[in-house]
Design a binder for this molecule. Structure first.
Ligand code: UT7
Length: 331
């Protein structure tokens, strides 16, 4: 059995947060944000919307496009760093409940911005080992819940949203995911971190005062490692599979910063038309950014049957991953 990428869907919350809005909250400017990141807007979920609410909407779109009902799904994997609940229950269980399905495995994975590629790797393994047939993978984030809106170095970067995909079993090798690489280096654990409220530093008055339950990032240091790691990672996976970069129809990188994805695209000598960029619109939506970008491509009518996608992500941990994936909707 092989694993095929059947469909994609996404959900974007309705509230827009512009650079001009942020100018009123912290000491920043549209000029700085645009020049350093390429971001113009990001979307923010309502107070009463949680991560699973975003994820379930994306999942419904992906299911419909795969012509499947929720009951046809054998497993749900949700990648998130902003789960509905601290520790338990998992956001995947909440999504299953909201889809009206039970008695299937549903679990979250924590691989930060690389989460969607990690979820894809797991779905592929379950399918190729004949343990599952149709798997829903979701990257969903309500990052506004863990962003410190008094910290200008992070609050301008992140947004909310969700993306989902159906990965299905096939006997046709031409439809199959070609390769996936996932990796990590925990030596960089404190470059991107929510330092408080875990077992290392349980929730207390002190963690509240220190804003320790919010994301902190060593931005410039992370930037340098991200460019180098992402570039090496995509070059390696293409070489390993004997695929020239001009054969890639769509390079869909994690959308953290326009300068990062541009540097990687240039190293691969990709044409502008091959690179999918949505960071200006959505900001950094962590595990949701790749499927959200892919969804936009699909809705613009640019993602066709058999198109070869190169995915690439980097995030907290550090974690990273890449994948070569043909778009293989079922007939
Ligand atoms: O998604 C997971 C992986 N994440 C990433 O890969 C993100 C990686 N990092 C980045 O994208 C960039 O490093 C940032 C966008 C976060 C920052 O850009 P930078 O070019 O690396 O800027 P910097 O951190 O070196 O800061 C330059 C200056 C500093 O001022 P001084 O020390 O030069 O006076 C900062 O205090 O910009 C200042 N600064 C700001 N100014 C206005 C930092 N944030 C802001 C801000 N508005 N929002």
């Amino acid at each position: 059995m092989y694993a095929a990428f059947r469909s994609v869907g996404s959900y974007v919350p309705k509230n827009v947060l512009t650079n001009e809005d942020l100018e009123k909250i912290v000491d920043t400017s549209d000029e700085w944000i645009t020049k350093r990141t390429g971001i113009k807007t990001r979307y923010i979920a309502d107070k009463e919307e949680s991560t699973s609410d975003l994820g379930v909407e994306a999942a419904k779109v992906a299911l419909k496009r795969a012509s499947l009902r929720a009951e046809d799904i054998n497993m749900i994997i949700c990648a998130t760093i902003s789960p509905d609940y601290f520790c338990m229950p998992s956001t995947a269980c909440m999504i299953a409940k909201k889809l009206g399905v039970s008695n299937i495995p549903a679990f979250d994975i924590s691989a930060a911005c690389s989460g969607f590629i990690y979820a894809l790797a797991m779905a592929r393994s379950f399918i190729e080992s004949n343990m599952s047939k149709n798997i829903l993978i979701i990257g969903a984030e309500k990052l506004s819940a863990i962003v410190d809106y008094s910290d200008r170095t992070t609050c301008v970067l992140f947004g909310d949203g969700a993306g989902a995909a159906v990965i299905g079993a096939t006997k046709n090798k031409e439809e199959a995911i070609v390769d996936i690489n996932i990796s990590s280096d925990g030596n960089y654990y404190d470059y991107l971190i929510t330092p408080g409220c875990g077992s290392n530093k349980p929730c207390s008055e002190e963690t509240l005062e220190e804003h320790a339950c919010f994301m902190k990032m060593k931005g410039n240091e992370t930037f340098k490692v991200a460019v180098k790691t992402l570039t090496n990672d995509v070059i390696e996976i293409l070489e390993k599979n004997g695929i020239e970069s001009e054969k890639i129809d769509h390079f869909i990188p994690h959308q953290a910063n326009y300068r990062i994805l541009n540097a990687v695209a240039q190293a691969l000598k990709l044409k502008e038309s091959q690179v999918v960029i949505t960071v200006s619109k959505y900001g950094n939506t962590s595990s949701a950014s790749i499927p959200m970008a892919m969804n936009d491509l699909y809705e613009e009518g640019k993602l066709k049957v058999g198109d070869l996608m190169l995915l690439d992500a980097f995030g907290g941990g550090f974690t990273w991953g890449s994948a070569i994936v043909p778009f293989s909707p079922s007939n």
